[in-house]
Design a protein around this ligand. Structure first.
Ligand code: LR7
Ligand code: MN
Length: 579
């Protein structure tokens, strides 16, 4: 198996990897049940259902748990109170047929009231928390392309119904050139009933990143709150976010993202103490805070959680600060990478990202994108990520490319576009290094700069590789000799300072030349059959598929047909950091 062919699976970030539990009502079984009687879900906290506005004075008040759906119009409705809904037997075919309209249960979504109630899943302490009377106002920005009608409406209603009116400046719907007719005049007509809702239509498909920029450009609120267009905001969701921005304008606040089941549309509570992280090559994921960290900081389940990377879609940020940070790189297309970009930018340039457990928003996680990518999906996301890596990762960008993206460095494979402005921005903002970010924001991330290092020992000859004045030789191993120290890099190069081991001609000897990550013939696959760390391993030149071989006599190293049985083709570094 060629490790350089590791296929990168680019799927939507989804939360299937974390435990979800429907703790909202013990009477609800895991089976999909249709509601036939009034459920026993009672609001957990005292709720204020008035529209009373808070006077803009300094001072504090309890979070306004505004929910005009606590007493919903229809208790019997399908999916009411966020409970699982069931497709009737005679509609199963239709439900299956309509799945691909949104890659979730579009049929059921249509049956569920657009203003349904959902369980208040906040930790107990939240309703007692105080927030300031003079919080900033926010513009809520939804970008969408061909979103499912019922889901888009439910997203908007959840904001209208559960946000204190004096804090909600407006809701901006940015239509990223949808093709569905229903999202044109019918949507205008529907939304004209709600004076706070504005619709902006883009003249061509821009992708979610530039669509968000278009929404931000016309926003009037002091804070920008971005949301995906298939969400449901929970009770009291807004004030805790704005409070953090109010306390420090460089705090970027994210709600806990709960799950609206794509299958039965139920609202599912997620585990506490989750934070957003990334794995190489810049893949977003969730991880639970380590137990000892929670203990050490005496964290309660309602405390803000510092978050190395945000999921991307749901957050509040001070509008001026957003622009000071240079907003998003407008060169990012369609989908992906912008969450990494803004996360690195925020942390490295003096800000913070937090998840606020008292703010909770449900999101429909879908298995596939229900819209087309103008260009190839994989290539689009790769290109976005490479832009981010080039601007923000410093020397760590080798880890990004080394985890399945070598090919992006080969000449003419991909044009990642001009990065001058992004690089200048980073200099102007005097942002810290990626090394600083790893050490201070995400210290539990393992990011060794090389895969292996030390002496390179040959099992057959029992000698080590050495480099003297541009020429490779073979000597008695001696740890004290710097000439025998090499790195095995993420780009699979065997490097000593700026020199890399290079093939000369097949069957001939091996030499060194200046390292250059774009030259694929400088890459050596160092692999074992059973993946045991530190086992004796072959060194196979990637494009030539020939192996490094030590001589039984003399000191020149040769390139030969690979022979897994030969001890003279087995090499071992002193230290392995990663396999
Ligand atoms: O070309 C497009 N134009 C758009 O307007 C493509 C998408 N969009 C809209 C789309 O209609 C939706 O409202 O942009 C929004 C996000 O697109 P999704 O829902 O397809 O994205 P996602 O939920 O699969 O992916 C997550 O990662 C994205 C990376 O670019 C964005 O940051 C999404 O906002 C983000 N979603 C979340 O953070 C919700 C939680 C998911 C997780 C983990
Ligand atoms: Mn989404």
């Amino acid at each position: 198996q060629n490790e350089d062919n590791e296929k990168l699976v680019l799927i939507n970030s989804d939360r299937k990897d974390i435990n979800t539990s429907n703790k909202s009502d013990s009477n609800v079984t895991k089976e999909h049940v249709q509601l036939t009687s009034q459920p026993k879900v009672q609001p957990k906290h005292p709720v204020q259902v008035t529209n009373s506005t808070v006077k803009k004075t300094s001072g504090l008040h309890k979070v306004i748990a505004l929910d005009v759906t606590v007493h919903p119009r229809d208790f019997q409705a399908v999916g009411q109170f966020g409970q699982p809904a069931l497709v009737p037997k005679n509609k199963e075919h239709e439900a299956r047929r309509r799945w691909s309209e949104g890659y979730f249960n579009v049929f059921l979504s249509e049956q569920i009231p657009v203003d349904r109630a959902i369980p208040d899943t906040r930790p107990q302490a939240c309703s007692e928390n105080l927030v300031h009377n003079d919080l900033p106002t926010t513009s809520v920005i939804f970008c969408f392309v061909d979103e499912v009608w019922s889901t888009l409406l439910r997203s908007v209603h959840s904001v209208l119904n559960r946000s204190p009116p004096h804090l909600l400046e407006e809701i901006i719907l940015v239509d990223d050139f949808s093709t569905k007719d229903q999202l044109k005049e019918p949507l205008d007509a529907y939304m004209s009933k709600f004076p706070k809702v504005r619709i902006i239509r883009l003249k061509e498909r821009q992708g979610l990143i530039r669509a968000r920029l278009a929404g931000a450009a016309v926003a009037k609120g002091e804070v920008l709150t971005f949301l995906d267009s298939h969400i449901e905001c929970n009770v009291g969701w807004l004030e805790p976010l704005l409070e953090r921005v109010y306390l420090d304008r460089k705090k970027v606040a994210c709600p806990v993202i709960e799950v609206i089941s794509d299958k039965d549309m139920s609202y599912v509570l997620v585990d506490s103490f989750q934070r957003g992280i990334f794995r190489w090559p810049l893949v977003f994921g969730w991880s639970t805070l380590p137990e000892d960290y929670i203990k050490k900081h005496q964290m309660k389940d309602s405390d803000p959680i510092k978050c190395p990377v945000m999921a991307g879609g749901l957050f509040s940020i001070d509008k001026k600060y957003f622009y000071e940070l240079g907003a998003y790189d407008p060169g990012l297309d369609v989908w992906g990478g912008e969450n990494m970009e803004i996360s690195f930018k925020i942390w490295m340039c003096g800000g913070e990202i937090e998840i606020i457990p008292c703010s909770r928003v449900g999101h429909i996680f879908r298995g596939e994108n229900p819209y087309k990518f103008p260009k190839d999906r994989q290539k689009t996301v790769e290109r976005n990520l490479a832009r981010v890596a080039e601007v923000w990762l410093d020397e760590y960008k080798e880890l990004f490319y080394g985890h399945g993206y070598h090919h992006l460095l080969d000449k003419n494979v991909i044009d990642i576009g001009n990065l001058t402005e992004q690089i200048q921005l980073r200099e102007r903002l005097k942002c810290k290094s990626f090394k600083w970010y790893l050490e201070n924001v995400y210290p539990d991330m393992e990011a060794p700069l090389v895969k292996a290092e030390g002496l390179i020992f040959n099992l057959g000859a029992r000698k080590c590789l050495a480099l003297h004045k541009e020429s490779l030789s073979f000597e008695i191993c001696d740890l004290s000799k710097q000439t025998q120290h090499f790195n095995y890099t993420w780009m699979r190069m065997v490097r000593q300072q700026g020199s890399c081991v290079a093939p000369q001609r097949p069957g001939q000897s091996v030499t060194v030349e200046p390292c250059d990550t774009t030259k694929s013939y400088l890459r050596w696959l160092h692999k074992s059959s059973n993946k045991v760390l530190g086992e004796h391993l072959m060194m196979e030149n990637a494009p030539l598929r020939m192996c490094l071989e030590a001589p039984s006599k003399g000191d020149s190293i040769y390139l030969r047909e690979c022979d897994p049985g030969s001890p003279f083709q087995k090499w071992q570094f002193t230290h392995y950091y990663a396999q």
